[in-house]
Design a protein around this ligand. Structure first.
Ligand code: 0X9
Ligand code: ZN
Length: 424
């Protein structure tokens, strides 16, 4: 009996590891363009469908980092040589980085388990723990928090928005925050969880932020992808929905929003990392999010969506290089927030500092939901891969980012409350 049970366990263990993605022989390169010509060559290079772009920018001096499979490595390097493009090899063998990160995670878990509290910000949490944390907040702080189910993910996970409100006036300005849209950007859910924890668990100290503002917050909008990066494939980016007539799964949720959908910087090929989906809002996750937002849009005055990495503070548009009519305000508020990060972030419109990409959530919030102040925040990278910011650095990033969020919230108060008092 014992032998049968242990055989069963061993085969289960084997099965759970057997299909994990193996990044042996995958390499990561970095190119920092010194002039317009190099910039142009990079833009062409990163269009290669088998290249996984980790960060990129349209600005001279800003790095473009990408991962390549062994199958195209030789050709890629020849083309870099032919084009006279100097590059650095950031990672010789991606698999060893993934294994290292697993060890780091295990060590971080041991440290975290010795501390009090459900979330310690000493490790990247799994989706179940995150859900548990949110639900527990509704038990502990029923007067100020409410968990609103907005739908289910493709694989059936609950999509839940936490509403933080001190009550009173129904017409308060609101801030909407999401994280975890791209599965592998682990620092994003961690940051959003920290914001929640500060607003709720540290309520007395931060009550100025909740007295006059309502908050709608969802830490992981793409939970299927997030879990998949923890269990199967560390660098998965998209959702996990099945696509027709192909084995390639998933849609890039940040190309799936119904505003100039699939016009530019997105792909119609389900095997691409920037697949826009079979249609706008084809994904349950983006559909649920947008339906919920349309119901409360008149109150939402600010949208923040957290991604990683590269330290960019981006505002619309991503679908055109034209600037929004109120770009001056967008720029001014972003610069104020950037001051708390010692101006490390690059501020600008997505198209002008990063790349053109239509169907992003930020564009939709502004263009369709009418939330004029809409930002994508690309958090700092770290570790070797950029996405493997060591657990020991979570604290520092989330704390600094919360300070930035305070600046954004301060502006909302200034604009929508104090001005109102003055007018009345
Ligand atoms: O490409 C994206 O979706 C975002 N960068 S990431 O590296 N996290 O994937 C930037 C999105 C900027 N916004 C729009 N293009 N609308
Ligand atoms: Zn992202």
């Amino acid at each position: 009996m014992f032998r049968i049970t242990s055989l069963f366990i061993i085969s289960l263990l084997y099965l759970s590891f057997a299909y994990q993605d193996d990044y042996s022989g995958y390499k990561v390169y970095q190119i920092v363009p010194n002039n317009e010509d190099e910039l142009k060559t990079i833009q062409i290079l990163i269009k290669h469908p088998q290249m996984d772009v980790w960060t990129s920018s349209k600005l001279i001096g800003h790095p473009t980092v990408f991962m390549v499979p062994p199958t195209i490595d030789y050709r890629l390097r020849s083309s870099l040589r032919v084009n006279n493009l100097p590059y650095d090899t950031l990672i010789e063998d991606v698999q060893s980085t993934v294994v290292n990160e697993k060890h780091e995670q295990a060590a971080a878990r041991r440290i975290a388990s010795k501390q009090n509290g459900l979330l310690t910000f000493k490790q990247y949490e799994r989706f179940d723990t995150i859900t548990w944390f949110l639900r527990n907040l509704t038990n502990l702080y029923p007067d100020i928090v409410q968990l609103i189910n907005i739908g289910k993910s493709y694989e059936g996970r609950d999509l839940e928005v936490l509403k933080i409100s001190s009550g009173g006036n129904e017409d308060k300005p609101a801030i909407f925050i999401d994280g975890g849209m791209h599965a592998r950007e682990w620092i994003s859910p961690a940051t959003v969880l920290y914001i929640i924890s500060q607003l709720v668990e540290n309520y007395s100290e931060n009550s100025a932020l909740t007295d006059n503002i309502d908050w709608y917050i969802i830490p992981v909008i793409n939970p299927d992808g997030y879990e998949y990066t923890h269990t199967m494939s560390r660098f998965w980016r998209k959702t996990r929905s099945v696509n027709l007539n192909t084995y390639c799964r998933g849609t890039d949720p940040n190309r799936n929003f119904d505003f100039h959908w699939n016009e530019v910087g997105a792909s119609s090929d389900p095997c691409d990392e920037i697949f826009a989906g079979s249609d706008a809002f084809s994904e349950r996750e983006t559909d649920a999010l947008s339906n919920f937002v349309l119901g409360v849009k008149q109150n939402i005055k600010l949208y923040l969506t957290f991604h990683s990495y590269g330290e960019y503070l981006l505002y619309p548009w991503g679908y055109t290089s034209a600037l929004p009519h109120d770009f001056f305000e967008l720029e001014t508020v972003a610069r104020r927030a950037n001051a708390v990060a010692n101006k490390r972030y690059t501020v600008g419109s997505s198209t002008n500092v990063l790349y053109s990409a239509a169907g992003g959530s930020d564009d939709w919030f502004k263009g369709v939901a009418g939330v004029n102040l809409s930002y994508t925040i690309e958090l700092p990278g770290g570790g070797l891969s950029g996405f493997d910011l060591p657990p020991s650095r979570i604290d520092e990033v989330v704390q600094e980012t919360f300070e930035m969020v305070k600046v954004f919230a301060g502006y909302i108060q200034e604009k929508f409350l104090y001005n109102r008092f003055l007018l009345h």
